[in-house]
Write a protein that binds this ligand. Structure first.
Ligand SMILES: [Zn+2]
Length: 319
């Protein structure tokens, strides 16, 4: 189902104007990363786009703060070396996303990578209310509190594992977030102050689509988007199913005009590229574009909206 989507990484422009002052080398004397003005454009180097968040910017020269900047790194250097060579101690780093995916310190830097680096937050009453502690989450998973049902559905639409129930109590949210290592999404500061919650994100926006853009931007999720891969109702991953297996459940027009179908084995819902497709595709594109413009700049999500049936926009047989 993802074949209809171009990988935006291939089209990510390197913003030369944002390249900052060349670094003189890593703290250990190894030039893991250099500004692009340095004579580093040989085959042994990889050019990546970095963005540091919140107080990590204090370690950077002014021109690199709170903006994305390109940098040449030693090919196959670890992301830890790359970050430290830019002046940021690894002990201050809590979460690293490479192309939208959480990675460990030993992850090798590759050409064209987009690397987002987040700090620890020692107190909750700092802004933004983003708490990522102890150890990074290897898989991005969310838990939306009871007031964020629409946001939860939008996140599922984009393929993010998002647990949600409208009767969640605070204690249950806290317990599940720890047990299942999920990032709590909430507009309730008090909930994030719960002692055992270690990963949380305070959502400022009030409208669901704005909330979606906000979360995408703050956690740099645009490259982790896998649209139409998850059940909107129950959050399970959906799978292809042969038309003959569900033909008896389809309306005559659906049977006539569509050949590709997906199903959720948990709730038995069936999806196909029906009339919701263009509307949902626009939601995805707008959220991704908005999220990227608020975080990194440059890349856009390109969607193959024209191929009916090749990408999985969904509509239930049992609305
Ligand atoms: Zn389901």
């Amino acid at each position: 189902m993802e074949k209809a989507y171009e990988d935006p990484a291939r089209r990510l422009p390197i913003r030369g104007s944002q390249a900052a002052v060349p670094r003189q080398g890593s703290p250990r004397g190894r030039p893991a990363c250099q500004g692009q003005d340095s004579p580093a454009s040989c085959l042994s180097m990889a050019r990546s786009l970095f963005r540091f968040y919140e107080e990590l910017n204090d370690f950077l020269p002014p021109e690199r703060r709170k903006t994305a900047f390109s940098c040449d790194c030693a090919l196959h250097a670890t992301v830890k070396n790359a970050i430290e060579s830019l002046g940021v101690p690894h002990t201050e780093v809590e979460l690293i996303l490479v192309n939208g995916v959480s990675v460990g310190f030993s992850h090798p830097v590759r050409d064209g990578d987009r690397i987002s680096v987040y700090p620890k937050f020692e107190a909750l009453d700092v802004s933004p209310l983003l708490r990522i502690r102890e150890r990074p989450l290897r898989e991005l998973r969310f838990l939306a509190d009871a007031h964020l049902g629409a946001l939860a559905k939008f996140l599922r639409l984009l393929g993010f594992d998002t647990l949600y129930r409208n009767d969640f109590r605070d204690q249950e949210v806290a317990r599940l977030s720890v047990q299942e290592r999920r990032i709590v999404l909430t507009r309730d500061r008090g909930l994030l102050m719960h002692r055992i919650i270690t990963h949380g994100c305070y959502v400022r926006a009030e409208r669901p689509l704005d909330q979606l853009s906000e979360v995408i931007a703050r956690l740099d999720l645009s490259r982790a988007i896998r649209p139409f891969t998850r059940c909107l109702r129950c959050n399970r991953a959906i799978e292809r199913i042969d038309k003959s297996c569900i033909a008896g459940r389809l309306a005559p027009d659906t049977l006539r005009y569509y050949d590709e179908f997906w199903t959720c084995h948990a709730c038995d819902r069936v999806y196909w590229a029906g009339s919701h497709f263009r509307r949902l595709a626009k939601i995805i594109e707008a959220a991704a574009a908005s999220g990227q413009s608020a975080g990194h700049q440059g890349a856009r999500l390109s969607m193959g909206t024209g191929s009916s049936g090749s990408a999985g926009s969904k509509r239930s047989t049992r609305e």
